[in-house]
Design a protein around this ligand. Structure first.
Ligand code: SAH
Length: 372
């Protein structure tokens, strides 16, 4: 007896996974011209359209083919929170029990979206709550760019069109350990036919993965922020184990190389203010000396505590004193305002609770499925 042929479910390609070059390659496979990539970029990113039927400058035959083979699949929001100061936070589900947070921070002249690059993180920075979750997986290009596309759409629906002017990779994860996907997503962010953000307004924040910094210098010139957090190796290693592998001198060389030949570019140094740990005046003096000669901007981040954190936040006086030493040494030094405190939207706070919530949701869904 002949058995019926097995019907395999077709997995459709998510077009959000492709940057321009990827789309051109995909269209070449379909026997289509490269300009189709521009058309699709404009539809799905610039105009926010996911429905192929609406893509009127594509032939009917091509629309049907795309419908068959592809989809535009966005991450789904599990919840959406608003802070009293206007900060928005979305928890986006990535399937299973995986979720990441995306935070929008409005300011007078700009709006910054803080995106995640990994579920969890493999680095073990002692002051960061994401570290406590461990590493789960890298985000796909679609999941990274999907955060920008999702937030753009959600803000437009609220009457806040064109609200996002800047993107920072300062959510969960170490972007340089998800190199290819992060680079492809950042190309979409800066592509004029997609989001058209200025390269200066897209910032990678890294804990200092030195070989990846050299690779990055070859492929892009978006802005660079480095989580330095200490002015000497002993102290840095004690709070950021990655420093044992890539100590400060090697990290600074890689940063000098990144901005070499790029006029008017600076490295932004992030420095989390941990009470009594790295916030002494002597540390500020060491830092001023260390960075001498590198075009720099310094951003002091008041530590955001989380349950079980082994540190406290430096007092405002200590932060101001630290700032004054650096300013006197000639460095532009800002203190990050803590935003979205009431919704835990601040740096390094994005995760623990997320995981609990997604696990709870996952368990609830499983229980519901079993009950049916
Ligand atoms: N892995 C990247 C992006 C991480 S988050 C990096 O290390 O740069 C972005 C910034 O938030 C980093 O500078 C990080 O060190 C900082 N950060 C992490 N936990 C924090 C906390 N609890 N309080 C304040 N800043 C924190």
């Amino acid at each position: 007896m002949n058995s019926a042929p097995e019907i395999k479910p077709l997995t459709k390609r998510n077009l959000l996974d492709f940057d321009r070059a990827g789309l051109e390659g995909f269209f070449a496979e379909l026997g289509e011209k490269p300009f189709r990539a521009t058309q699709i970029l404009k539809w799905i990113h610039q105009r926010g359209v996911s429905d192929f039927a609406a893509m009127t400058d594509l032939s009917k035959a091509l629309r049907a083919k795309l419908e068959d083979l592809t989809e535009v699949r966005l991450p789904e929001a599990i919840f959406d929170q608003r802070s009293a100061d206007g900060t928005r936070k979305w928890l986006l589900s990535l399937g299973g029990s995986n979720a990441v947070e995306t935070v929008f921070i409005p300011e007078t002249n700009r709006g910054t979206l803080c995106v995640s690059s990994q579920v969890g993180c493999a680095l073990d920075c002692h002051f960061c709550s994401t570290a406590q979750q461990g590493f789960n997986r890298n985000l796909t290009v679609a999941e990274i760019i999907g955060q920008l596309r999702y937030a753009t759409q959600a803000l437009a629906e609220d009457g806040q069109g064109q609200a996002i002017t800047n993107v920072v990779f300062m959510g969960m994860g170490e972007p340089l350990l998800n190199f290819n996907n992060v680079m492809a997503a950042s190309r979409l962010m800066t592509d004029d036919d997609a989001y058209g953000l200025s390269k200066r307004r897209v910032t990678i924040s890294t804990s200092g993965v030195v070989p990846a910094l050299y690779r990055m210098a070859e492929v892009t010139d978006i802005s660079l922020a480095v989580s330095l957090h200490a002015p000497n190796d002993e102290l840095r290693s004690s709070i950021m184990p990655i420093n044992d592998k890539y100590p400060i001198a090697k990290l600074l060389d890689a940063c000098r190389n990144y901005i070499a030949g790029k006029p008017h570019r600076k490295v932004t140094w992030e420095y989390v203010m941990l009470d009594g740990v790295n916030d002494h005046e002597e540390h500020a003096n060491q830092l001023a000396k260390l960075l001498r000669g590198i075009p720099s901007k310094i951003n002091l981040i008041p530590f955001n505590p989380f349950p079980g954190a082994p540190y406290g936040r430096s007092t405002d006086e200590r932060i101001l004193r630290f700032q004054r030493v650096l300013q006197a040494a000639g460095y532009v030094t800002t203190v990050r305002k803590t935003r979205g405190d009431d919704i835990d939207g601040a740096c390094g706070q994005l995760v623990g609770k997320v995981q609990d919530k997604t696990k709870r949701r996952f368990r609830r869904e499983q229980a519901q499925a079993e009950a049916h």
